[in-house]
Write a protein of this length. Structure first.
Length: 325
C-alpha cells in the first residue's frame, strides 16, 4: 500500500506512527532526518519522476509512506506516481498557496497559481505583469528577488510566506523595493499583488476559478488575423507596436498575456524578452528571437533567419508572419 501524506511544517503523531511502521519512506532529506528514518528504509524525494520510478519498482505488498509538501495533488508527487500506474491513498495537508493567502486573509479563487520551482521565471513574471493576483511556487534561484527585479517599474506588492507551518514561519508584506533586496528563507511562496492585501477586493465574476478576463475588444480585421497568427497565451510577453499594436495588445490582454507597448524597453540589459511581437518594422527583432512575429511595414530582404515567413494581405494591409522554425 502506498500512502502519500501531505505535510506543511512539523510532522504530527499520525504521520510519525505511519513512518515508524513503513517498509520504505519517501521524503526530502530534511523530513527523513527529522523523522529519524533509518538509511535502509529511506528513498530521497528529489525529482518526483525518479522517486516514482523507485516506488513503482517496490513489491506491491510493501507499506510505502510518501511525504510531500502541502497538498500532494496540487503541483505534487501524485501526478508522477499515477504516471507509473500507481494509485496511492492520499492524506492531504493544506497547500502552501492556500496557507499563504490565509495568512493575509485574502480570497484566492481569482488568483493565478504558477510554479517557478525548477522552471524559468519568465512565465511567472509575465503572469504577474498581466494579472493582479498571482501566487508563485518558488525555488532558491527563482524567487522573490528575481520576481521583483523582473517586475521593476510595475506597481506590485509582494507577500513573502516563508517556512509555513514550521516554528520559523514568517509572512511579510513588501513593496517592490523591499522585495528586490530581501533574502528569503526556504521554502517559501510569493504572492504578487496589484494591491495591498488589506485593500478592498476587486470585482470578480465568481464562476470559473482564475482571474476575470478583460472585456472583449473590438478590433480591425487585420489585427484579428495578426492575433490569430500569433496566438499569445498566459505567461507569454507580447511586444505590440506599429499600426496594429493597440488592437493586438487589447486582444493579447484579453487572452491573458503580458503586454509591452514600448518595444524599446526590453532591449535594455536584464529586461524581459518578448515571446511574441507585432510591429511595423523588422528591426524590432534585432538581437531577439521571439516565438512568432507579425510585421506590417516594409520588410527587409532577407527576413531574419530561423523563421518560416509567410505573407498575406488583409483589408489592404500586408501582414508578414514569422514563426520560429
Ligand atoms: C513542488 S511544490 C509543492 C507544492 C505543494 N504541493 C503545495 O501544495 O504547497 C514545492 C514548493 O512549494 C512551496 N512550499 C512547500 N512547502 C512550503 C512551506 N512549508 N512554506 C512555504 N512554501 C512551501 C515552495 O514554493 C516550494 O518550492
Amino acid at each position: 500500500m502506498i500512502t502519500v501524506h501531505g505535510l506543511l511544517g512539523v510532522p504530527g503523531d499520525g504521520l510519525r506512527a505511519a513512518v515508524s511502521h513503513a517498509d520504505r519512506v519517501v521524503a526530502g532529506s530534511r523530513q527523513l532526518d527529522a523523522l529519524d528514518v533509518p538509511a535502509a528504509r529511506r528513498i530521497r524525494l528529489g525529482a518526483p519522476r525518479l522517486a516514482a520510478e523507485l516506488v513503482a519498482d517496490l513489491p506491491p505488498e510493501a507499506d510505502v509512506v510518501v511525504i510531500a509538501s502541502g497538498d500532494p495533488l496540487f503541483f505534487g508527487v501524485v501526478r508522477a506516481l499515477r504516471l507509473h500506474g500507481l494509485r496511492p491513498r492520499v492524506i492531504p495537508a493544506p497547500s502552501s498557496i492556500a496557507t499563504a493567502f490565509a495568512a493575509v486573509g485574502l480570497p484566492w479563487d481569482d488568483a493565478v497559481v504558477v510554479s517557478a520551482h525548477g522552471r524559468p521565471l519568465a512565465t511567472a513574471a509575465n503572469l504577474a505583469r498581466a494579472h493582479p493576483k498571482v501566487a508563485v511556487l518558488t525555488s532558491a534561484d527563482n524567487g522573490l528577488r528575481e520576481l521583483a527585479a523582473a517586475l521593476a517599474g510595475q506597481d506590485r506588492w509582494y507577500v513573502l510566506a516563508e517556512r509555513l507551518g514550521e516554528p520559523e514561519e514568517r509572512v511579510r508584506v513588501l513593496d517592490g523595493t523591499a522585495a528586490a533586496t530581501t533574502e528569503p528563507s526556504e521554502p517559501n511562496v510569493v504572492l504578487v499583488l496589484a494591491a495591498r492585501p488589506d485593500e478592498p477586493d476587486a470585482a470578480w465574476a465568481g464562476v470559473i476559478a482564475g482571474p476575470d478576463r478583460a472585456p472583449r475588444p473590438q478590433v480591425s480585421a487585420a489585427a484579428a488575423v495578426a492575433f490569430a497568427r500569433l496566438l499569445p497565451e498566459p505567461g507569454e510577453l507580447v511586444w505590440a507596436t506599429g499600426e496594429l499594436g493597440a488592437d493586438v495588445a487589447a486582444l493579447a490582454a484579453w487572452a491573458g498575456a503580458a503586454i509591452d507597448r514600448d518595444a524599446t524597453i526590453p532591449r535594455r540589459a536584464a529586461a524581459p524578452v518578448a515571446d511574441v511581437v507585432v510591429a511595423g518594422t523588422a528591426d524590432v527583432l534585432d538581437g531577439v528571437s521571439p516565438r512568432a512575429a507579425v510585421l506590417t511595414g516594409r520588410v527587409p530582404e532577407p527576413l531574419p533567419a530561423g523563421y518560416h515567413w509567410t505573407g498575406e494581405s488583409v483589408a489592404g494591409l500586408l501582414l508578414t508572419t514569422g514563426v520560429r522554425a
